[in-house]
Design a protein around this ligand. Sequence first.
Ligand SMILES: Nc1ncnc2c1ncn2[C@@H]1O[C@H](COP(=O)(O)OP(=O)(O)O)[C@@H](O)[C@H]1O
Ligand SMILES: [Mg+2]
Length: 429
Amino acid sequence: MSLDSHNGNTNPPGGRNGEGRPTSNGPSRPEAVTILLILEDESNRRSTRAALNGLAGVEVVGERFELRSGLLLARQRHPRIVLLDLQDGYEEALTAAGQFKMDMPDTALFLLSNNLDPQLLLRAIRAGAQEVLKKPLDRALLQEAVERVSRSGAARSAAGARARSITTLFSTKGGIGTTVVAANLAIAMKAHLGVESVALADFDAQSSGAAHVLGLKAERSISDLIRAPRLDSAALQMNLLRHSTGLSVLAQPEDLANFEAMTPAQAGGVLDALSSSHDAVVVDAPHAFDEVSLEVLDRSTTIVLLAELSIPSIRAARRALEVFDRLHFTDVPDRVKVVVNRYTGTRGFITLDQLFEALQVRAYHTIQNDYRRVFASANAGRALCLDDPDAQASKDIISLAAKLVGREVPATPAEESIRRGLFGRKVLR
Ligand SMILES: Nc1ncnc2c1ncn2[C@@H]1O[C@H](COP(=O)(O)OP(=O)(O)O)[C@@H](O)[C@H]1O
Ligand SMILES: [Mg+2]
């Protein structure tokens, strides 16, 4: 049953376009409608897969049997459709699905259910579902539903939907550079890699550091934002600081008298507003597993677990990974990345291999220890990556940013001229 009154009525019967195939996302090149399945029951999964296999232009991009890990995977893969099987006690699943739908408004939610009783349909509408399909799945009805989504996809891509990107820097142990790396990572994305709109959000109420690292005075802050009557884009714009590079910064209040405690729902709302208005969001997270940081971590597309090669830091990282495991954060491949800060190479007592032994996860990246230059730029209120882009720590952060956003590090002017020089000489010879 379609719950979307805007579609259905206006479309021709049969729901096919002139070419006899589902309408694509783009006007010229047909793109597959991506679908992710969350189905507990194996036989149900098999029959659903069989029903989908025959549909032209449909691509199954993931399958999970467990609700939470399925929704996490969907947050990362950003499929066009999530097909979710409702078991008898559907309340929890509908609450989670409703939350997911708020985060990913572009993803259509299809629910599979044994019955279509009015109570369930009402709850499904509230959760933002597009379709509720009765089990056993009727293939023709499924096909029609997919085609409805496919047609609305053309409008969606014309409107330029934005995939969420929230990279959260986290370490339960303080003092190892979470704030410095978060701030510089955001600068690197904006200034070095040309990501158009980037926001840095400081959720660590204990230290209020991110704005400082960039030399900004927190005249407006996240506390003002959550005090605003409505958490909408106007309120967001009013309370963002603007760095000279164009980076948006949502700071902690300068003055503790302005501090406003935040609920997890407010934290989620802030991230929603930021991620729907920026191509990339970088979060400086609190150094604890409290309700707010769990909410932030849960909504992050990438979690950068920062560690240094010391026993206390590695122990803290191991505990954090255990918690991530228990919360299913690690079910999504590559979502959690261990990054070593203050790396001293062969001069350190602990090697990257030993880190791997302790964590069973390889370091994704290392950032050179460069105390003098990091300290000097932080003291001067300038971002290291701008102030001193040739420092090894800057280069490491810029290449980390490049890996995370999937872009090439542009050659620096110095490297460029060396390369030109080399080619020049070759030509002369
Ligand atoms: N790569 C690095 N090399 C040297 N010092 C660093 C590096 N990264 C951070 N620091 C220093 O570590 C200290 C703690 O950094 P900070 O970002 O405030 O940590 P956290 O947010 O984890 O508490 C600061 O004095 C900072 O200058
Ligand atoms: Mg900090």
